[in-house]
Design a protein around this ligand. Structure first.
Ligand SMILES: NC(=O)C1=CN([C@@H]2O[C@H](COP(=O)(O)OP(=O)(O)OC[C@H]3O[C@@H](n4cnc5c(N)ncnc54)[C@H](O)[C@@H]3O)[C@@H](O)[C@H]2O)C=CC1
Ligand SMILES: O=C(O)[C@@H]1CCC=N1
Length: 269
């Protein structure tokens, strides 16, 4: 069995990455081995993407690249299941960890002498619109970083940051899709409160968020300038913005990023 990509944990984020990597031809399905204790996940991933599946975490380390996509809380158990594997290994295994909070020094202790890269993708990766921050470890060489870039560019954009920035990245772009989903839902609720049918309200909310993000990105306009362009004197938008300011909208978002940043730090302890 020749395995090029091993993956430990085939849940939400693992699948998001896997689906695009296979779809884009970065890996052939038969070259991928996913380990997951849940039979239902293994059967689904095998059928949906044609990848190989196992319950044996050690088998995934036969690959050239190992993607860790388990919850940070079970990292120690997974590390124990792999112990001793690297003592006699002749070739290096590139380890890519997407675990929130889990620091490089902890990862590197579990994969002695191996190149390890800490990464933080986000769920828009599923549709190729993710953004992933990557931070190199002690044994990471330029070709390892290039490989990580190639893998994560299959699911969106990639930025390189020092590891010290990773908890902040997690609080912003890693967790960000949750905040934006809440925003879309709340905007639709507002539309419903103002008398719109639910389906129309959701469509309006979603396309407004998507279109505004695209406009900001493509035009390079500063968000404050776009806000000014929408805001007619004595008009509707300034009435809405005043209500948002009274409710502490901006500080709520700043606090959300800070709280998630803190939680990411706590998970690493
Ligand atoms: N969901 C998200 O938006 C993002 C998640 N992450 C990170 O990705 C990682 C995975 O998160 P999700 O995919 O959301 O979680 P998930 O719970 O959907 O997936 C985790 C998978 O690991 C499997 N698993 C449990 N014990 C295992 C073991 N001993 N060996 C192998 N597999 C095992 C589970 O059966 C499950 O399928 C986390 O560390 C999280 O911090 C990073 C960026 C975004
Ligand atoms: O909520 C979490 O812990 C993970 C990490 C970033 C997004 N989801």
């Amino acid at each position: 069995m020749s395995i090029k990509l091993g993956m430990i944990g085939g849940g939400v984020m693992g699948e998001a990455l896997l689906s695009r990597l296979v779809d884009r031809g970065i890996y052939a399905p038969q070259d991928v081995l996913v380990s997951d204790p849940q039979a239902v996940r293994r059967e689904f991933l095998e059928q949906a993407y044609g990848v190989q599946v196992t319950t044996d975490n050690r088998a995934t380390a036969e690959a050239d690249v190992l993607l860790l996509a388990i919850k940070p809380q079970i990292f120690n158990a997974v590390a124990t299941s792999l112990s001793g594997l690297f003592d006699a290994r002749s070739s290096s295994l590139l380890v890519l960890s997407i675990l929130a909070g889990t620091p490089l020094n902890k990862l590197e202790a579990a994969f002695p002498q191996q190149p390890v890269i800490r990464a933080m993708p986000n769920t828009p990766a599923t549709v190729g619109e993710g953004i992933t921050a990557i931070a190199p470890g002690t044994h990471t060489l330029p070709h390892h970083l290039a490989r990580a870039r190639q893998i994560f560019e299959a699911v969106g954009e990639v930025v390189e940051v020092p590891e010290s920035a990773m908890d902040a990245v997690t609080g912003l772009s890693g967790s960000g899709p949750g905040y934006v989903a809440l925003l879309v839902e709340a905007l639709a609720d507002g539309g419903v409160a103002a008398g719109l049918p639910r389906a129309i309200a959701l469509k309006l909310a979603l396309q407004t968020v998507k279109g505004t993000a695209q406009l900001l990105q493509e035009s390079g306009t500063h968000p404050g300038e776009l806000k000014d362009q929408v805001t007619s004197p004595g008009g509707t938008t300034i009435a809405g913005i005043a209500a948002l300011e009274r409710a502490g909208f901006r500080s709520a978002l700043i606090d959300a990023v800070l709280a998630a940043h803190q939680r990411s730090q706590d998970l690493g302890r």
